[in-house]
Write a protein that binds this ligand. Structure first.
Ligand code: NAP
Length: 484
């Protein structure tokens, strides 16, 4: 099956923080791939902006080096790279200063889509929004893209929403959560809402429980100072895991349109029950296998911040009452793996006398590595020897089903940036969604802080604290294996 690349219209995209890590590692290589595929037209313009005093040529050299560093050589043919560098420019700007804004304004064209990517720390979002407005750089239909973290709690998220709202309408604000840009996440919606097979079973009557795991092998890396203020709950659960939970738990929207989808997600967040202290396990990694402890990594010997969370979450509505959602995420774990498991209930009665196993269908949605989906079904083991049953996965991995080009499909950032240019907010978080997510998370964190709860230690390279396994064992369940 041949892939269809539909070009987007011409645009001017300004990347504030164009010299930073995220821009070099994800945004610019992603834009290059879309350009190379013919999705970004040669009439597009991309302007980097940051404090570093470089000119257009200096920025192009920086981007060329980033492409070489972060993309496979087979994608970096000279001709394509040069053509891409040709659409790049740079303006030195301090978000908090007054210089550079007229130069930026002079670069912006009329009659094309305008987008401004805030790939800088959140403390600069307000300054950027205010200056874009005051210097009349952002036209009526302009869009801004804001990175995580979106606030530190409900209060700061509200303040940030209010600041952005002073200068931009909600339909202009794209709060990015790159998990929503993943091919599999979108496929999940296709599987749920474009088939008759799953949706009738997608409820407490037939689903035993849902697991959402985002496990990382890395530690806090160079983000120690930020991470120690945030922890796994703020850094991962409040946004990524919550968004995944919403997509699994939401009611079918009437249309695949931004507000229809986001209204349904918001209802899920509002239906979440407060989590009982006994239903949460917090962990913090300790040194093992040559890897340093969390406290050493963040250079805070008394840190009480969690690098791991596992929790049992209840969605209090008709569809999900009695079907728990188990979430877990952590750093320095055994494997790098993000997946959702929807475990269906066992058949009410087995007619096969020889079968002693407890069998249940399981839909596994793998976000990384090896994006894909499979559904475990029970069949008769082929051959003689009576009615022996065996569980086999039905593979719905697109790389195999749809051909090799699917493996080279756009990554999450690429897809989401193209959605910004198309003006499609479906896969971006709305302000009220973010606030509702904080409203649910805040009391949990506040209770830890009040009690000065110390996270449980777990060894680097493990599956997290033993208590996380017990959280499921006591319900007669177990986590999926952390095998990539
Ligand atoms: P970074 O490497 O520290 O880059 C920050 C960028 O902002 C640099 O280009 C810096 O350039 C620019 N900058 C800093 N102060 C500025 C100012 N006053 N005016 C104008 N530009 C300024 O950070 P990052 O990792 O790229 O992260 C950027 C944003 O994305 C953050 O909000 C972060 O939380 C978020 N994020 C990052 C990742 C990631 O993987 N890196 C993942 C998810 C979210 P100059 O020093 O030249 O000004």
């Amino acid at each position: 099956m041949a892939s269809r690349v539909i070009p987007v219209e011409a645009f001017d995209l300004v990347i504030f923080g164009g010299t930073g890590d995220l821009a070099r590692r994800k945004i610019l290589p992603g834009l290059y791939r879309r350009f190379r595929d013919g999705q970004i037209p040669p009439e597009a313009r991309i302007v980097g902006a940051a404090r570093t005093e470089i000119d257009d040529a200096g920025f192009r050299a920086l981007v060329e080096a980033a492409l070489k560093e972060f993309l496979p050589a087979r994608l970096c043919e000279r001709e394509s790279v040069e053509a891409f560098l040709g659409i790049l420019g740079y303006v030195p700007i301090d978000a908090k200063g007054e210089a550079g804004w007229p130069e930026l304004k002079a670069r912006m064209r009329e009659g094309v889509v305008q987008a401004f990517y805030f790939s800088v720390g959140p403390s600069l979002f307000g300054a950027l929004a205010e200056r874009l407005h005051r210097h009349e750089i952002a036209g009526e239909g302009a869009r801004i893209v804001v990175e995580k973290p979106f606030g530190h709690n409900l209060e700061t998220a509200r303040a940030l929403n209010a600041t952005l709202a002073e200068h931009f309408d909600e339909h202009q604000i794209y709060r990015i959560d790159h998990y929503l840009g993943k091919e599999t996440v979108q496929n999940l919606m296709a599987v749920r809402f474009a088939n008759m097979l799953f949706e009738p079973l997608w409820k407490n009557q037939y689903v035993d429980h849902v697991q959402i795991t985002v496990a990382e092998t890395v530690g806090v890396g160079g983000r120690g100072a930020y991470y120690d203020q945030a922890g796994a709950m703020r850094d991962m659960v409040q946004n990524h895991l919550m968004q995944l939970l919403c997509l699994i738990a939401m009611e079918p929207p009437a249309r695949f349109e931004p507000d229809a989808v986001r209204d349904e997600k918001l209802k899920v967040i509002r239906a979440l029950e407060p989590v009982a202290p006994g239903d949460i396990v917090r962990g913090q990694y300790r040194a093992a296998g040559g890897m340093a402890s969390y406290r050493d990594d963040v250079e805070n010997p008394e840190s009480l911040t969690e690098s791991f969370v596992a929790m049992k979450v209840k969605v209090a509505n008709w569809r999900w009452n009695g079907t728990p959602f188990y979430l877990r995420t952590g750093k320095r774990m055994k494997a790098r793996l993000s997946e959702i498991i929807v475990r269906f209930k066992e058949p009410p009665h087995s007619i096969f006398e020889e079968d002693t196993g407890h069998r249940a269908n399981e839909l596994r949605i793998r976000l990384q590595p090896n994006e894909g989906m499979d559904l475990t079904v029970t069949i008769k083991e082929p051959g003689p020897g009576g009615m022996r049953l065996v569980d086999v996965p039905l593979d719905m991995t697109f790389a195999e089903a749809l051909g090799a080009e699917a493996a080279d499909a756009p990554d999450a950032y690429e897809r989401l940036i193209m959605d910004v240019i198309r003006g499609n907010q479906t896969l971006f978080m709305r302000g009220d969604e973010v606030e509702a997510a904080w409203a649910w998370t805040d009391p949990i964190i506040a209770a830890w802080e009040k009690r000065e709860d110390a996270p449980l230690p777990y060894e680097c390279g493990s599956t997290g604290p033993e208590e996380a396994a017990i959280l499921l064992h006591r319900d007669g369940r177990r986590w999926g294996d952390l095998t990539p």
